[in-house]
Design a protein around this ligand. Structure first.
Ligand SMILES: Cc1ncc(COP(=O)(O)O)c(C=O)c1O
Length: 387
């Protein structure tokens, strides 16, 4: 028996939802940007109601409650000791990526990353007048890992920062310790600051796997690494703009803080309340969520296997974002092709590789099934077009 309702959900139209407003007035199911359609844990709703009932919403420093909740969560769930002094709070991880590019790299110097990748990894260096070096991951039948030779060939004496996504959006990998150790060795060899975005670390679907934070790889990384985290993806709090950066090394932390100056205000006071409640009380809800997501992903695999065999779905270890190889459909404009058949997906070109789409399945099963039916129509139409 489920303790939480992942089926009957409020209508998100007319709430300013980016995900839903893109298709306002059109019969297109929004299966794109990474927020889920589920309500947050009831304990988060109660904490927000309590904070709202207070009635005064002045400038707010990180609350002791939120700071303690983060440290305890990191200890209890990830076995990682964090000193409160290492934490810096930001209104999102996209601003944190941009800040990291400015803080650890001078103009004209390079940030290296791997593609496909969550688009702000590609835009942050450019927005900050830094250079971007992107290296393709190796893709063996949908299973991705690092292309170590290509990485080695791409790093130069001008490369200063490595942007890592762990678990990885969009390919869904939870990097294993031996892969992370090789990333750390690569960073050591080239003296790079490792910026590790771990926003999806509490969404591991494969029960045999475990998240390793960059803080745990080895002592060198701890002194040369920056870990980005947030409760926003797991507990569906994206609109509350509350995330944090863990920087154990004093000098790196000073540089990061200096680059934030004048750009970020204090965070939203509601964000801290929600963050504390999610980390302290959201555990049982999260476990049920993972069951729902596992079943949704199994549905995607079943459906594509039976009805759309030319689409290859990457084996997913984490996140609620499925990565679909649709190169066999030979579509020139995949996003438009699917939208015209009533389903809104992200196009692989946004992530640096054409020929793929990303499907957000953080929604009730029935909506996912309807989306799959529409994808099937798009699939049949594509095959008809080139047959
Ligand atoms: C890897 C990764 N980092 C960061 C974000 C979003 O960051 P924020 O909303 O905190 O700016 C996302 C959202 O999808 C993501 O997938």
């Amino acid at each position: 028996m489920s303790a939480y309702d992942f089926i009957n959900l409020p209508d998100r139209r007319d709430t300013g939802s980016i995900k839903w407003d893109r298709y306002e007035g059109r019969d297109v199911l929004p299966m794109w940007v990474a927020d889920m359609d589920f309500r947050s844990p009831p304990e988060v709703e109660s904490a927000l109601q309590k904070r709202v009932a207070h009635g005064v919403y002045g400038y707010t420093d990180p609350t002791a409650e939120a700071t303690r909740a983060v440290c305890q969560y990191m200890q209890n769930v990830h076995g990682c000791d964090i000193d409160e002094a290492w934490l810096l709070w930001t209104p999102g991880l996209v601003p944190a990526l941009n800040t990291a590019a400015r803080a650890f790299c001078d103009k004209g110097q390079e940030v290296i990353t791997t593609v496909p990748i969550y688009p702000p990894f590609l835009t942050a260096p450019r927005y900050q007048d830094r250079e971007l070096v992107s290296v393709e991951l190796s893709n063996e039948n949908g299973f991705y890992t690092f292309d170590w030779d290509a990485l080695e060939k791409s790093a130069t004496s001008n490369t200063k920062v490595f942007f890592l996504c762990n678990p990885h959006n969009p390919v869904g990998r939870v990097w294993a310790m031996d892969e992370l150790q090789r990333v750390a060795d690569f960073c050591k060899r080239h003296q790079l600051v490792l910026v590790s975005d771990e926003i999806h670390c509490d969404l591991i679907l494969n029960p045999d796997q475990q998240h390793h934070t960059a803080l745990q790889i080895d002592p060198w990384v701890k002194d040369h690494g920056v870990t980005l985290m947030a409760p926003s993806k797991t507990y569906n709090l994206c609109g509350l703009a509350c995330s944090f950066v863990v920087i154990p090394d004093d000098s790196l932390r000073r540089k990061f803080r200096r680059s934030m100056r004048g750009l970020f205000n204090e965070l939203n006071c509601l964000g801290y309340a929600a963050c504390a409640a999610a980390y302290r009380y959201g555990g049982p809800w999260r476990l049920e969520l993972l069951d729902v997501l596992r079943e949704n992903f199994a549905e995607i695999l079943r459906f594509t296997d039976e009805s759309m065999p030319l689409i290859k779905v990457s084996p997913l270890q984490a996140t609620y974002l499925a990565w679909l190889d649709i190169r066999a459909l030979k579509l020139h404009h995949p996003r438009t092709h699917f939208e015209r058949r009533g389903v809104g997906l992200n196009d692989g070109t946004e992530f640096g590789v054409p020929g793929f789409v990303r499907l957000n399945f953080g929604c009730p099963r029935a909506r996912l099934q309807e989306a799959l039916q529409r994808i099937k129509i798009a699939y049949d139409d594509a095959l008809e077009d080139f047959s």
